[in-house]
Every structure is written in C-alpha cells, then in structure tokens.
Design a protein around this ligand. Structure first.
Ligand code: G6P
Length: 613
C-alpha cells in the first residue's frame, strides 16, 4: 500500500522523485505528492489527487522545482478519502517537520487526541498527519534532535509503517524509520536514495541497505548512517540487487498473483485489526453502523459479482448460523433486473473489491431506491460503491494487481465474519465472552494461512501432474460448497481448465455421468456435521474412476484412506475454515496455470474491474 521515494545528493531531486513514483504507481494511485528543499529554503510541496501524470501536469516544467533533497509519495487511501488535502507529504503546523508515510498507525486517534490537548490542529483525516505532528511534538518538547524525536514517536505508535522525514533545522538531510512496512536505502557514490520498493530506484543504483524494524537512518550527500531505537549507531552492509526491474515490482515473486497470495496473512491481519482492539472487542463505528441499526435488521441481502459473490455465499452460512437472521445472496447482474420484493428492514450488503463493478453499483442503487439501508464491503477508498452506500466497511488488502482476486477475497471473508460476530453479540445471540473468543480465533488465521503457504511446494508438485487435465470438479457441502465455488473459479480463470463446483449431494442428479477414469475431483471436507456425507460422495466418484484430492482439517486422517492426495489445513472454528481451505485452491489454480504457460496475472478475456454490464 502506497509508495515512498526519497533522494539527497548532487542532482536535482524532483525528476528523480517523479520517476521513482511512476515506478511505484502500481502500489497506490489515488493521489501523489513531493516536497523538495533547496538548501536552507523552506520545502516546495506539490500534491495532487489522481495519478502521477496528474501531479506532473500540476508541476509543469520539472525544472521549476529546484533542490537536491526531497521526498515523494503515491497514495492508496486508508484513512481519509483520496484528495489533495489527504495526499502526502504532510507537515507540522509551522513546517518544522514534513514527511511521508506508508502503512497504518493503529492508535492514531488516541495520538491525535493527545496532540489536540497540546494545542495541535489537524487539516487532514490521515493517520500520517498524526505521526508527523507527534514527531514535531517530541522534537520541540525535548529539544534532543530529530533521531530522538523519531524514536520517541516510534515507541508511542502502534502499527506497521515506514516514515521518511525532513526537518526545517536540518537542510540537506532526510531521516527515515520503519516498522513492518518495507523501506530500503540505495547508494550511488555520494547520492542516497530511499524507496519503499526496489523498482523506484533501480535506474540509479543496485546497491542497497535494508533497514530492519525499529531502526532509523539519517541521509545527507555523501553520508548514510543507521541507528537503533536507542539512537546507537549500527553498521550495515551494502547488498547488490540482481532482479530485473519488472520482477522487482513484483517483490521477487514471479507473478503478482503469487505475491498477492503471500500478502494474505498481512491483509487479513490488517483488516481484522481495523475494527478490533487488544481485548478482542469489535468496534464497527468506522463503518457508521450503530447498535440500533443492527437491532433493526430483519433480513440480510448480500450482493456481489464473481469472487465477491462467493464471499456472499460464505457469509450467508456464517450470518444465519451466528445471528439467526435470514440471508439471501444474489449475483448482482441477475438481481438488478429481477422484480423481486425487498422486505423493509433489510440490510443490503454489497461486496466489491474495486467498488466500481457496474452491476454491483446498480444493485446498490436498486436497494437504495427500495428504501433499505446499504452496507458496502469495499477495498478502494472513495470508490463509487463506497460513496453511495449508507455504511462502509473498508477491507485493507491494498492494491490488487492480478486479475484473479486472492487477498481481497480473503479480507472480504474476515470482514463478513467480524460483522456476523458483532451482529450476533448486539442482538444477544452471543455473549460478550463468546464474541471475544471468536475474534481471538479470527486473529489466529494470518499465522495459519502462513503455515499453509509454507508448504506450497507440495501443492505445486500435485498441480503439475494435472496440467493437462480437461475437467476438474470441486465438491463440498455447506461452507465447503462455497469454498469449492471460489476454488473452481480460480482454476478456470487462471488456467483455462474447465472446472465445476458442485454441492456434493447434487452430483448424483446428473453431473456424476461426466466422471470417468482419471478425472480429478477435489473434495473439500472441513465441516464436521456433513463430512461423512461428502466422503460418501467422494467414494461414489472414486468407484467410477475419479482421482481424488481430499482437502480437510488436520486430524481427519481417515481421508488418507479415501483420497489419492490429501491436503490438511490447520484447525480453526468451523465458521472460518474457508479462509484456510481456499489457500491451497488458489495455489492449485496458480500452479496449473503456470504449468500450462498461461499469463496468470492477465488471463485472456478478463478485466480486473468490470465497469460495464
Ligand atoms: C472481475 C474480477 C473478479 C472479481 C469481480 C468482481 O470479474 O476479475 O476477481 O471478483 O470482477 O469485482 P469487484 O471489484 O466488484 O469485487
């Protein structure tokens, strides 16, 4: 999420910053800005909503910005809508400190309140402004210099971030710090570069230092120094980058899809943390939903397209089971043209990564016209669906580049889980303690997803055996059927192998006639209430020649006697198993695609954001 570039050296900074930002645009593209200093003069700051091209237009001739020290940022909005005001760099009231920031400051509201009590005023809705002003506060209060002020601020904030700052009293110098979000320092002779991602500086140098968590750096022409959180100097070694530029943008992964699959633990964790506290209590105030709103709901209508619809299928099971509220799930393109009654006191939940899908947007408008409340679960801040809905739950997946969604889907799942738990608590279906226990379990998912990813080579080996398959079937019951729908979509859209997902009990009503020798059938079995039933269906398939992959929870080792190949996922509450079971299926789609030589990030005929009917 977001991109940072910095430069100090003998050359003019503005062209280097703009070039670097262009390379990072894939990380965030709703607004951008640069601040450049010429000697002791105050920095010149230019910010603009939109793409880097819009910022360049605003700047005009790049020579108009003079100075050899500067910082730049391209933004993917998390706190506050995309706008010029919310764009970085941000500054303290008297411009003593100016800076850019990546990541999320979790306790920014608490920090803003503290600073307000100390006379600070705020012009933006960003968490970035809070951290810049916190550094300014410590800088002035203790007068111990920039490094101490930054280290005090770092110790005070919670979250993952990378920070890059300039101080009015220190011309020609840039200070940085990080915790969680990536940041590298490049060196070329006396020139120093800062970047959140390698591609930003690859045209200038391949020699970089890596800053670790809770470390700081101080850069000026001809000098790069590193410090730990106690401001003690650190010695670092230069590393040579060997990636080509395009691979670097993918962070060392061969494809964006694989990169995004690996970003899931972080994306899921960020989304959960955005509405929960350390005591595992959920706070939905950022969505606008109140307890009264939640108590007034008689029905839930969930609408989405593609994978977002599959999230809706999962959510239906979870909401109905936890809250007892009847839930209907609709494909947006069907719903918008059907004259189906929408009961009063319905909450319509529109799920969309982009927030721009034409059918989902029209479905939202139809619900609004029917007079019911609408809640958007959306990944892109300020998108059309987010703007038009009554309430918004933002997922924090960050920019998703690969056409086939992975991390956005996973964040949408946990967003729904969190809503269902909180609805159930508010309406008395769960006690506070039960709700907190479920949140605690949700918080274990990122680690469990990581464990599955750590074992990905096994899936790769298995997938390579089926690279020439013509048909693949996915079967499961209940929540597992919803997982199958997503697994099957991943398979067909990334690898062009025909695949179908079936409710396991439906197979014998026709589709089983397609099973013949060697056809791969993937049985998803994570729901204890129906596992025996699905296993019976798998046995039926096997006796007709099907080749079985069993995807089940650790402990269900009898699967080894039935399936030809087994994948075990870690145990979790059965409401949440989709979050884990989908991971091996994403990997299957990816690896089959790879083996068949398909352009996995941009499969034919598909678009990332479908803004036409
Ligand atoms: C496209 C994408 C899918 C996505 C669907 C809905 O088809 O390829 O991955 O699930 O649109 O998009 P949305 O942005 O509304 O989630």
């Amino acid at each position: 999420m977001c991109g940072i570039v910095g430069y100090v050296g003998k050359d003019q900074a503005a062209p280097i910053l703009l070039e670097g930002l262009t390379k990072l645009e894939y990380r965030g593209y709703d607004s951008a800005g640069i601040a450049v200093r010429d000697g002791k003069n105050a920095p010149v700051t230019v910010k603009e909503k939109g793409r880097i091209a819009d910022l360049k237009d605003k700047i005009g001739p790049v020579e108009s910005i003079v100075g050899t020290c500067g910082i730049g940022h391209t933004r993917w909005a998390t706190h506050g809508a995309p706008s010029e005001t919310n764009a970085h760099p941000h500054h303290s009231d008297d411009d003593a400190v100016i800076g850019v920031h990546n990541g999320i400051i979790e306790n920014y509201e608490e920090i803003r309140d503290k600073l307000k009590r100390n006379g600070y005023r705020f012009y933006s809705q960003t968490d970035t402004e809070c951290i810049i002003k916190l550094v300014d506060y410590y800088y002035k209060k203790y007068g111990e210099g920039p490094l101490r002020a930054i280290s005090r601020a770092i110790l005070r904030v919670r979250g993952s971030y990378a920070l890059c700052l300039m101080f009015a009293d220190y011309p020609g110098e840039i200070f940085c710090a990080r915790n969680g979000s990536p940041m590298i320092i490049g060196k070329n002779g006396k020139d120093a570069f800062i970047a959140s991602d390698v591609p930003a500086i690859l045209n200038h140098t391949r020699k970089v230092y890596y800053i670790d968590n809770m470390e700081m750096a101080r850069l000026k022409e001809g000098s790069i120094e590193f410090y730990n959180i106690d401001c003690e100097p650190l010695v670092k070694t230069l590393t040579e980058i060997t990636w080509d530029a395009e691979a670097a943008e993918r962070g060392g992964f061969e494809h964006f899809m694989m990169k995004e699959i690996h970003e899931q633990p972080k994306a899921v964790e960020d989304t959960i943390h955005s509405v929960t506290d350390d005591k595992d209590k959920i706070d939905l105030s950022s969505t606008g939903l109140t307890a009264e709103d939640i108590k007034a709901i008689d029905n839930i209508l969930i609408i989405g397209c593609g994978s977002a619809y599959h999230v809706g299928m999962v959510a239906q099971y979870v909401f109905e089971d936890m809250t007892g509220i009847p839930v209907r799930v609709e494909v947006a393109s069907e719903f918008r043209y059907r004259r189906s009654p929408i009961a009063p006191n319905t909450l319509a939940i529109i799920i969309s990564q982009s927030g721009e899908t034409a059918d989902s947007l029209e479905a939202l408008r139809k619900c609004k016209a029917a007079g019911v409340k609408t809640l958007a679960i959306v990944n892109v801040i300020g998108s059309s669906i987010a703007r038009e809905a009554d309430y918004v739950f933002y997922t924090l997946a960050g920019p998703e580049i690969a056409v086939a969604t992975t991390k956005a889907y996973s964040t949408q799942l946990v967003a729904n889980d969190l809503l269902a738990i909180e609805f159930a608590r508010v309406r008395g279906n769960l006690t506070k303690k039960q709700a907190a226990a479920l949140v605690k379990e949700l918080k274990t998912l990122p680690d469990k997803i990581q464990r599955i990813l750590d074992d990905k080579e096994r899936i790769q080996w298995f997938a390579s055996k089926f690279a020439n398959a013509n048909d693949i079937f996915f079967i499961g019951r209940g929540l597992d059927f919803a997982t199958c729908m997503e697994g099957s979509l991943k398979m067909k859209e990334t690898s062009y192998v025909h695949s179908e997902a079936y409710a396991a009990g439906e197979l014998k009503h026709g589709t089983i006639s397609l099973i013949e020798d060697g056809i791969l059938v993937i049985g998803v079995c994570t729901q204890s209430e129906v596992i025996e039933k699905t296993i019976s269906n798998m046995v039926e398939v096997k006796s007709r020649g099907g080749y079985l992959m069993g995807l089940t929870t650790a402990g269900n080792y009898n699967m080894e006697d039935i399936a030809n190949f087994c994948v075990f996922i870690p145990k979790t509450d059965e409401h949440f198993t989709t979050s884990l079971a989908v991971i091996p299926l994403q990997l299957m789609g990816y690896y089959v695609s790879l083996a068949r030589g398909v352009d996995v990030d941009k499969p034919r005929n598909l678009a990332k954001s479908v803004t036409v009917e």
